[in-house]
Design a protein around this ligand. Structure first.
Ligand code: SF4
Length: 332
């Protein structure tokens, strides 16, 4: 069997990594010498691919649950909403525009508008247009909303959106009420409408096997996203999956680094905010404001959300420079 050392050599030569080889990377003991070699190689490759530049993307949450799609890991899911009197809450437009202005001023490289599946699509599309007017043409704007028909994808493009964030989550269709096929169709519809893709292999828990991770990594790469990521599931208190716990950072770092070594084209790989991740090849982090499905606070900036400056400091501590100006590739 080919050794981890040899797989790393193949990766540096930009040779295709077979599924068996990829699986052996994901199966590596996260505390072994080989795991540190994988993480070192991933850091070196990310630095080369991205010219030593990390990016900070910004998420603005437009509403909070209850959401009928019932993703068991999400604080907005109706199935995780204990109080039956809780009503959906929407971030007022003036706050959304204010958040967008703050992010432009702070130097976020891209802005994403997040909504639950319960958000009225016409209203969502209108808000996309208002944010586009507010931030000007240069800032890449991404949509992260319900699944898209061809018509809806085209509407978002017409409203000035450059791309979407979209994922086929681990356990899709089993621990969510959205069939995987629907998620795949959204990717196709978005691409046909000229929207680019940001994705992530998520949400990973300690209950997932290396085989599941390797298989889903293959799916993510097959979509040829502009940015990708490897993210652990947040054990949000009160969610059905919280009792399963969280992946350790060394294991998340191993998975992200293994993804890096098997993907020779995606320049930016997102992960949790930490120097360990940044030193294992993860060069994209998300700042969050407004509602957030990974938080129980109404405004995540008072909870788990991090400011652009905090993430800049983290990348700087880890030896990365942060890109100034818009994230490239979205508006080309
Ligand atoms: S992850 Fe999205 S679709 Fe699923 S319950 Fe939460 S808001 Fe709804």
């Amino acid at each position: 069997m080919i050794s981890v050392d040899e797989i790393i050599e193949k990766s540096f030569s930009k040779e295709a990594i077979s599924s068996e080889e990829a699986l052996s990377l994901y199966q590596t003991d996260p505390y072994s010498k080989e795991a540190f070699m994988i993480r070192w190689a991933a850091l070196k490759q990310s630095m080369e691919l991205a010219d030593g530049l990390a990016e900070i993307h910004a998420q603005i949450g437009l509403d909070s649950g209850p959401c009928p799609r019932n993703c068991q890991f999400c604080s907005f899911a109706a199935c995780n909403t204990k109080d039956p009197s809780v009503k959906r809450r929407e971030t007022p437009l003036k706050d959304i525009l204010e958040y967008a202005k703050i992010y432009v001023d702070q130097g976020a490289n891209l802005i994403l508008l997040l909504s639950t599946e319960a958000y009225d699509f016409d209203k969502y599309a209108e808000i996309c247009g208002r944010v586009r007017e507010a931030v000007g043409k240069r800032t890449p704007l991404l949509a992260n909303t319900g699944d898209l028909t061809p018509d809806r994808a085209k509407r978002l493009k017409d409203m000035g959106m450059d791309g979407i964030y979209h994922a086929a989550r681990l356990g899709e269709g089993a621990i969510t009420e959205i069939p995987v096929e629907t998620r795949l169709a959204t990717v196709e519809n978005a691409k046909k409408a000229g929207l680019k893709l940001s994705t992530c292999l998520e949400p990973i828990g300690p209950d997932h096997t290396a085989e599941q991770i390797a298989e889903r990594a293959q799916m993510c790469m097959s979509w040829e996203p502009l940015t990708s990521g490897v993210g652990r599931r947040v054990a949000v208190p009160g969610t059905k999956t919280a009792r399963l716990g969280m992946l350790s950072q060394p294991l998340n770092a191993l998975y992200a680094a293994s993804y890096r070594l098997t993907d020779h084209r995606t320049k930016l790989i997102a992960s949790v905010h930490s120097e360990l991740m940044a030193n294992s090849g993860s060069n994209l982090s998300w700042s969050e404001m407004g509602s957030n499905p990974r938080d129980t606070r109404r405004k995540t900036e008072s909870g788990r959300g991090r400011t652009v400056q905090e993430i800049k400091n983290l990348f700087s501590e880890a030896g990365w420079k942060v890109r100034k100006g818009p994230s490239p590739g979205w508006t080309d």
